[in-house]
Design a protein around this ligand. Sequence first.
Ligand SMILES: [Zn+2]
Length: 212
Amino acid sequence: MAELGLVVGTAGNVSVRLDSAEGRDLMAVTPSGAPYDGLAAEDVVVTDFEIEPVEGSRPPSSESLLHAGIYLRRPDARAVVHTHSIFSSVLAVLGEDLPPVTDEVAVYVGGAARVSEYAFPGSEQLARSVCAALGDNKAALIANHGAVAIGRSLDEALDICLLVERASQIYVTARAIGQVRPIPPEFVEAEKAVYRMRNPLARGDARSQEVP
Ligand SMILES: [Zn+2]
């Protein structure tokens, strides 16, 4: 992610859902405060969804609750990638969604990458507000913070992060030059239908919409 310019230093984090063991839901997540350069397999931490450590000697990412919260509310998610990439963060700081301004956003993200309500990093509230923004889609912007994407694999989640960052750059640049011409709504609906066909299990848990 650092090489791709999605994060700097130790920022951002990655996880994959593991098969549950004895009814316990598990994930493998990057450790807290570790630069990506030199990260080895044994540095990765296995925790349950309450962030109780199961394997590994390092503390898990400080944003582990976000990852667990997404797995709990999105059964289709097998991997979560969270970045602090520049153009996604520009929209997140403005408190604006990334609308489906290019065809690929609607087809691969499922519609807009919506921006969440602000919540403190690492908090359960952040997990809730990001899941509410995510809904049935595969990416969301985290208010004043960054972006997150999910996938059926780590490759897919990373690809979606890159796609969202690129589309955010296009959108921000286009708005700086002139007026953005939206894709006609009926075509956006057709593209979202393609997304739903390819991702029949992509459904946000209705509980995530509730404001505590
Ligand atoms: Zn972060």
